[in-house]
Design a protein around this ligand. Structure first.
Ligand code: ATP
Ligand code: PRP
Ligand code: MG
Length: 281
């Protein structure tokens, strides 16, 4: 059985569970269930705090887990990223009162509040900046106002929380994060693990691509294929109509309207875009 850790709370919990459901894994029926056995897929799902997931996976007690890249780095656990999952995106940044600091170098000898002491400590060491880290559990934005810190280092998604307390980011982003699939560092992937990876990749592709179908005159096919090269070359099939062919290819969902415009301009007709329900490449 593959033993997989899934975030039980916080920003990653709901999207992680949705992605696993789309990948065909059984999900828990209510939030009080801490372990789910999915016999059909030979998988056990453990619902854990996202911050603890890299610790379990690093110790080898669980084979795989879903957590944030920032949390993986912060933990310092011997676990490694296997693939990014495309949700839970955020940046990890310095912030303070407007104008107080302009770069990380200004933080020498200052106090920085954070709930990601491991991640911040590594970054400061890399930058050669000697500052004091004040480790807090959450709501670190308030630490400056209460005089506990001169700056903070925290997760920023929309920036609303910072704006609400009158703080501004400064310096370069410390890290770019998203949800990632992780495994213990240096161990090979088992069969069940490879199946999990293929399924999650399938969900990502089904979310990020659409299928486009269109008819075009034979002499325009090469130009059309430049617009829709597909993943491994598009399918071109004969049409009953003399001198015309049908083309089918995958295109990035975000580009599909522009692609339709460009195809129409070079003479494509009957252009249809459909969602991909599931896929295995
Ligand atoms: N708006 C957001 N707020 C917080 N975390 C976010 C956000 N968007 C993405 N994330 C990511 O989600 C993860 C944080 O999850 P979570 O909110 O459960 O952590 P936490 O705030 O430390 O936990 P808790 O709120 O229980 O103390 C990180 O990987 C972070 O990068
Ligand atoms: O840029 P924004 O969209 O405003 O999101 C970022 C905020 O969300 C997180 O806090 P969370 O709600 O997890 O509370 P916490 O600080 O107590 O963990 C994070 O720590 C920031 O405060
Ligand atoms: Mg939180």
């Amino acid at each position: 059985m593959l033993r997989l850790a899934v975030p039980n709370k916080g920003a990653l919990a709901e999207p992680a569970q949705t992605m696993l459901r789309e990948a065909g894994y059984r999900q828990r029926k209510d939030s009080k269930e801490l372990v789910v056995v999915d016999r059909e897929n030979s998988c056990e799902l453990f619902f854990l705090r996202p911050r603890d997931i890299a610790v379990y996976v690093g110790e080898g007690t669980l084979d795989a887990g879903i957590t944030g890249r920032d949390m993986l780095i912060d933990s310092g656990a011997p676990a490694e990223e296997v693939m990014p999952l495309g949700f839970g995106r955020s940046t990890f940044r310095f912030a303070s009162t407007p104008g107080a600091f302009t770069s990380v170098a200004d933080l020498s000898g200052r106090r920085i509040a954070t709930s990601y002491a491991g991640l911040l400590g590594k970054y400061l060491a890399d930058q050669g900046v000697d500052a004091r880290i004040i480790k807090l559990d959450g709501a670190v934005e308030t630490a400056i106002r209460l005089g506990v810190a001169d700056a903070i280092a925290d997760v920023v998604e929309t920036g609303t929380t910072l704006r609400n307390v009158g703080l501004e980011v400064f310096g370069e982003p410390i890290a770019h994060s998203e949800a990632v699939l992780i495994k213990r560092a240096g161990v090979p992937e088992t069969n069940g693990f490879e199946q999990l990876i293929r399924r999650l990749q399938g969900v990502r592709v089904a979310r990020e691509y659409v299928m486009i179908d269109y008819d075009i005159r034979v002499e325009r096919v090469e130009a059309a294929i430049k617009i829709t090269p597909g993943m491994e070359g598009p399918t071109v099939s004969p049409l009953h109509r003399e001198g015309w062919v049908a083309v089918r290819a995958m295109v990035p969902r975000k580009d599909h309207q522009q692609v339709m415009d460009r195809l129409y301009e070079i003479g494509a007709r009957a252009i249809l875009v459909t969602a991909i329900y599931a896929c295995r490449l």
